[in-house]
Design a protein around this ligand. Structure first.
Ligand code: GLP
Length: 258
């Protein structure tokens, strides 16, 4: 098990944002050598973006030479809808910072050929030298991006069907109406994610506890996609105490106070 688990008594989103800020600043990105980051959506991510915006406003961080690739987006869903991942990203990050519009990449769930779109998305990531930092969350069922249980560890960017559990979890963004949640998405694949040079996954709250346990204590298992990250050489799972509540107490993990 190579994945590093950090349990914080503070706020997962705040600590994750500080890690992102420090990584970008250390990299010293320029127009010719941009920082390529993979960005998530989700409730945990909202807090992280709030903190990134605060760092930007305080002059501690610039996104001018950052190129972003979002992990996923709903299929056949209006990108102008506030709950589309295009809408989420505009509202939580892009409207507030100095990202250059041409540096923003989000899967197009309405592309005339989804397959061609997915291949082009992968090609663009490669052309830019690959993902420097993959930032993600985890679903209660252990999904990373929208790689639902059963996703192959060598899967690539593709269209997937969302599982009942995910539709239920995401109904909270659609007034609790499960039928309003789009049933398909384009997602980066597990194989795509594993090629990132650094990975930081955020998990907050008790409903992530089983996924966190499977991630660090289980064997690699395609039914818990997050466990694929055990094969990565620089993956960090950042959790709060609730999300880490099922981890065996006798194992020594790093705890950060913040
Ligand atoms: C969605 C996203 C995932 C994300 C998950 C966690 O399902 N597709 O990439 O990890 O939400 O969301 P939350 O932080 O709201 O629990």
């Amino acid at each position: 098990m190579k994945m590093k688990l950090i349990i914080t008594r503070g706020n997962v989103g705040r600590l994750a944002a500080a890690c992102v800020r420090d990584r970008i600043n250390k990299f010293k990105p320029s127009a010719g050598r941009p920082f390529v980051i993979a960005l998530p959506t989700g409730g945990t991510a909202v807090e992280m973006y709030k903190n990134l915006v605060a760092f930007y406003k305080a002059g501690e961080l610039s996104f001018k030479n950052v190129v972003s690739f979002n992990l996923d987006e709903y299929v056949n869903f209006d990108p102008a809808h506030p709950e589309s991942y295009h809408g989420f990203m505009r509202r939580n990050l892009f409207e507030h910072v100095d990202m250059q519009p041409q540096n923003i990449n989000i899967p197009d769930g309405n592309a005339p050929s989804a397959d061609a779109f997915c291949a082009a998305y992968e090609a663009k990531i490669k052309e830019l030298g690959g993902i420097e930092l993959f930032l993600g969350g985890v679903g209660a069922n252990g999904h990373i991006a929208f790689n639902e249980p059963g996703s192959a560890f060598d899967s690539r960017t593709r269209v997937v069907n969302l599982q009942e559990k995910t539709l239920k979890d995401n109904a909270r963004f659609f007034g609790g109406d499960i039928n309003a949640v789009p049933k398909q998405a384009i997602t980066m694949g597990v194989g795509t994610i594993l090629e990132a040079r650094h990975i930081l996954i955020m998990a907050a709250g008790a409903n992530k506890a089983r996924a966190v346990r499977a991630a660090v204590e289980g064997k690699p298992d395609t039914m818990w996609t997050i466990s694929a990250l055990q094969a990565h050489k620089d993956a960090i799972l950042l959790t709060d105490e609730e999300a880490a509540s099922l981890i065996s107490a006798d194992k020594a993990y790093e705890t950060v106070l913040s």
